[in-house]
Design a protein around this ligand. Sequence first.
Ligand code: SAH
Ligand code: SF4
Ligand code: F3S
Length: 443
Amino acid sequence: MKIIDGKVHRFVELIVYGCQMNVSDAERMAGQLASIGYEPTEAMGEADLILINTCCVRESAEDRVYGKIGEIKHLKEQNPALIFGITGCMAQKEGEALIRRAPHIDFVLGTNKVHELTHVVQEIEAERGHVVDVQFAETELPEGMPVARQNKFSVWVPIMYGCNNFCTYCIVPYVRGRERSRRPEEVVAEVREAVRQGAKEVTLLGQNVNSYGKDHKRADFADLLKMVDEVPGIERVRFMTSHPKDLSDKLIETIRAGKHICEHIHLPVQHGSNRILRAMHRIYTVEDYRALVARIRAALPTVSLTTDLIVGFPGETEEDFSELLAFLREIRYDSAYTFLYSKRSGTPAATMDGQVPEKVKHERLERLMAVQDAISREKNEALLGTEAEVLVEGPSKHDAAVWNGRTRTNKLVLFPHGEEQPGDLVRVKITQPQTWVLKGERL
Ligand code: SAH
Ligand code: SF4
Ligand code: F3S
């Protein structure tokens, strides 16, 4: 708390781990907290309220959160008035156990309770004590929450919450609940408002956007994408994540016919062996996925494809792993997020036979990354001398004289500063393609 010109200022530090859905939730938390007078700060010592919006998709994510919880204990000793809350997926998974383990936590709020945040904070301000609320009552989706966006030009818009797929390795369906789709008119209204406030790019978010609307049947994902594409003033429309099992031909045609829909699809394959895909409960086979990629590339010749891969799933043999490498060489993704399988208790894979030793997992991950990095580099090198439309994001972390931006295909571009400003769409010539970035010059 600070008193500036006789006015009391209170500050919140919001620490966010995990996926874009967590970033998006955090923006709604920040919006609500602003409505009761909390201003954002990045200086932990200054905060009156610290929130960690947590992830538990892998053990490493949880370890980071426990490390942070430990750090905050000292702050709380110095400043007992500090309010400390845990939200997000680990809050949902652990509930009260978090407070038993770390009694300096004041409250634990589950993933379905984002809209309750101000109430809980005010309750603790008034009477202290602990609050735990991780209930998953099936109620109407909360709408109309204020949102404090991190980036005004490129915005996240959640279109659905939860997941019904239960891939056997994954904790997300347990901590995010079943699929619930927002109404199309709510999504479109939010997009319109963001564009009115200056947004150029909108990314529609869901664990599996292709099953959008299966619950309310008011519109499917292709219909929604078309509605968003038609919002006046919008420049770019993106979406993630697409599950390969239900990416329809109607959707491919909608992307092709769209005016602002970016030619990038994040299409997690997870593995390249049918035996492993079956054990993962991914529903598709390597053959299905290959045919889907062929349909996508036939309709969208300039599309970039990215993916997620897991190595060391239980029972993965050297032969399965070779199939995965061969599949990568065949599909030639633009880039891939690669993960070591992490055992999540409560999921079916955690108790499967044939858990792969850590050493083997690490060794396979190295080999996998070497194959993918070479492909990413070759694909980027093919862009030497080409021109791309880039949305300027802001200064590069390493060099303030250089702008960061993204192509429509979601590739990171660095180019020296000119007159342009963040939020501008500019044309850049690619002069130095690398594995992770394209360096270029403004045209
Ligand atoms: N709904 C999205 C993203 C889920 S989490 C999707 O289905 O693609 C993001 C990625 O984390 C997943 O795609 C998967 O590759 C990875 N992941 C999930 N659970 C994991 C686990 N137990 N161990 C390692 N990686 C995991
Ligand atoms: Fe997890 Fe699978 Fe759902 Fe993605 S589709 S969130 S990997 S269960
Ligand atoms: Fe993590 Fe939850 Fe996202 S577990 S990946 S923050 S949905």
